[in-house]
Design a protein around this ligand. Sequence first.
Ligand code: FDA
Length: 306
Amino acid sequence: MLRSAFIALSENRPLRRFAEQSSIGRKMSSRFVAGMEIEDVLTACEELNRAGISATLDSLGESVMNAEEAQRSAEIYHLLLDAIEKRGLDANISVKLTQMGMDVDPLLATSIVAALTEHANRTGSFVRVDMEGTPYTQATLDMVRSIHNAQGNDGRVGAVIQAYLYRSEEDIKTLLRDRIRIRLCKGAYKEPPDKAFPKKEDVDANYLKLTRLLLTSGVYHGIATHDEAIIVETKKFVEQQGIGHETFEFQMLHGVRRDLQRSLVEEGFRVRCYVPFGHEWYPYFMRRLAERPANVLFLAKNFFRN
Ligand code: FDA
């Protein structure tokens, strides 16, 4: 119920405009967002790297309305790829297709992501294409496959699969035929019961099933969750099967379960943190509240304490 309410709020444009311009809103968002400027995200990335944690950098924004906005969004990612190379950071980038102009012209979005992948290839980095709501699932997977299979891009672009979708097992099998790197997450959008498991326990069971499929595939994947029960089961599976710690990574979000991120590193696992930054933080922030409505109380308490 609360989850749906927050997801509905995440799509409210007037509220988004108001929140993103208010100083109170910015202060609240800092719980999950590394800052407003490129330098902020690079500093956060350096700190993570010092703690033995890799990063994936997300320049916030989605659903752009014209080609110029899409190109401006892409330009920020080109700057990030250059900065990652120049500073020798252990980081890659995560992009959303609706930010790259998917709703304006899918061919434009394809050419932008292909150019970013070519840049990542030149600089030894990697492009992760985030997954959005189901209207985009097939188009996103098709695009990742076609860019991945173009000459020289092997292993430089990857997809995200959402365990809440019934279709995900089949999608994973298709992607694995091309040895495409996958980030597995539970899924953060509002989806109808004919497309996604409505119950958390079914999502969690599917998550574990898909994790096992990924970890035995021989391809390097990301297990993106803060769910301790799932992480414990994954660690058990890895030990039982003799799967090397260097053959996969756990992934978590900036500002969520830092304690768990650090303890996994201490245990010798690879961890990557998803670090968002930028002025268009509102939809991302509201999806984080949807995942854990208790965050609202937590934020309110801290807000009045400071
Ligand atoms: P779950 O929601 O069951 O939470 C388990 C526990 O983790 C909670 O009890 C709480 O302790 C903690 N926790 C989880 N979320 C929290 C929060 N916001 N604040 C504080 N504590 C929290 N989704 C998507 O649809 N497309 C995508 O491309 C991505 N990309 C992505 C990248 C990475 C690196 C991560 C970690 C997640 C995503 N997601 C995503 C989001 C994902 O789908 C999911 O909504 C969240 O990760 C929350 O799910 P958990 O697996 O953490 O489990």
